[in-house]
Design a protein around this ligand. Structure first.
Ligand code: WQD
Length: 336
């Protein structure tokens, strides 16, 4: 049985679908602080099977221990966590206590119940502003906000735990920019409040919830002056988690992998791709740069291709088509 923490969230729900479709037994724990239980019904509609679910915060020691004592969990995919970079700047203690305690409680429970395989959701944000793309797993890390530091610190904690106990093994997945939705349009990204991220913001403009996109700066040293990122289809990202589980069945220790496409896409290129894929015009205006943004970020994905046997297969058009399919069918997300 695979335990997916944060499994009713955007990434988690897509990971759960791929696991169930691959024949895994899946148990989701989530505190539902940033997701809807409706997702469980949608996952069942997609897969014909329903994942187990327990409402639980990973940092709550006793409920978490009960999850392990009551279920034959042999591996964990740990996605639960607070993930807003700007919010983490205004509330650092909340971010460190939530995200680090979750990792620590999980490692303690895994050790107590003999669960030896961990896949951890990390982020390309750990590459910070120091280096230049393409970022490889050996690129220097330096974070620009407490959210990123909480991910890097969790990587450190997990690495030290695996060094101290060689029977424990882990894969640390550094996500670049996940976007899009499952092809069914039944699950997708449903941010609370006004989206901070580009793609869900564009989708909400397209569906009429927001008036226009504000492009954060067009004076960056990039092809068209707007920020460049490595957008990856969330289904490709989810598939990377199954490859990580396979990797752990015959490798020891800890290994970091970038999950990206290896290709950069600017804000203006994303707008154009979305318009071409959907036939919908996205009105926008150029606004000032957003503090903390880096000009360009994209992945060197050779290690994941070589060692995981994983490569993203969906392109920007697929991301826009599938993202719009979700948003157009669910204008208010999971809020009916
Ligand atoms: C992408 C580009 C913006 C919004 C963030 C987190 C990172 C990860 C992914 C968790 C940038 C521009 C954005 C808007 C815009 N999350 N933009 N108008 O900042 O690369 O990464 O999400 O791990 O940790 O930091 O993604 O989508 O916010 O921005 O012009 O309304 O779109 O300036 O160039 P980002 P993003």
């Amino acid at each position: 049985m695979v335990l997916v923490t944060g499994g009713t969230g955007y990434i988690g729900s897509h990971v759960a679908v791929e696991l169930l479709n691959a024949g895994y037994q899946v148990l989701i724990i989530d505190d539902l602080s940033n997701s809807s239980p409706l997702v469980l019904d949608r996952i069942e509609r997609i897969c014909g099977k329903r994942p187990g679910f327990i409402k639980c915060n990973v940092a709550d020691t006793d409920p978490l221990r009960k999850v392990f004592s009551d279920h034959p969990i042999d591996s964990v995919i740990h996605l639960a966590g607070l993930k807003s970079a700007p919010e983490s700047v205004s509330e650092p203690v909340k971010y460190y206590s939530n995200n680090l305690n979750a990792t620590l409680c999980l490692l303690k429970a895994m050790s107590e119940y003999g669960c030896r395989k961990l896949v951890f959701s990390s982020s390309a944000t750990v590459y910070g502003v120091s280096g230049a793309p393409p970022f490889s797993e050996d690129s220097p890390t330096s974070c620009t906000n407490p959210y990123g530091w909480s991910k890097l610190m969790s990587e450190r904690i997990i690495t030290d735990a695996c060094t101290a106990d060689p029977s424990l093994k882990a894969v640390l997945l550094r996500y670049f920019n996940p976007v899009g939705s499952h092809e069914s349009g039944l699950i997708g990204e449903d941010p609370a409040g006004v989206p901070l991220n580009l793609f869900p913001y564009i989708c909400q403009v397209a569906v009429g919830r927001l008036e226009k996109l504000h492009v954060n700066g067009n004076d960056y040293p990039t092809e068209d002056g707007t920020g460049v990122r490595d957008y990856i289809h969330v289904t490709d990202l989810a598939a990377g988690h199954l490859k990580a589980l396979n990797y752990l069945s015959n490798h020891d220790g800890v290994r970091v992998f970038n999950l990206g496409t290896g290709k950069g896409c600017s804000v203006l290129q994303m707008i154009s791709a979305f318009e071409q894929a959907t036939g919908i015009t996205i009105p926008y205006e150029i606004s000032p740069r957003r503090p903390g943004d880096v000009p360009s970020c994209w992945a060197d994905v050779t290690r994941a291709e070589r060692e995981l046997g994983w490569k993203a297969s969906r392109d920007i058009n697929d991301m826009c088509r599938d993202g719009w399919n979700w948003q157009s069918k669910n204008p208010m997300g999971y809020r009916q």
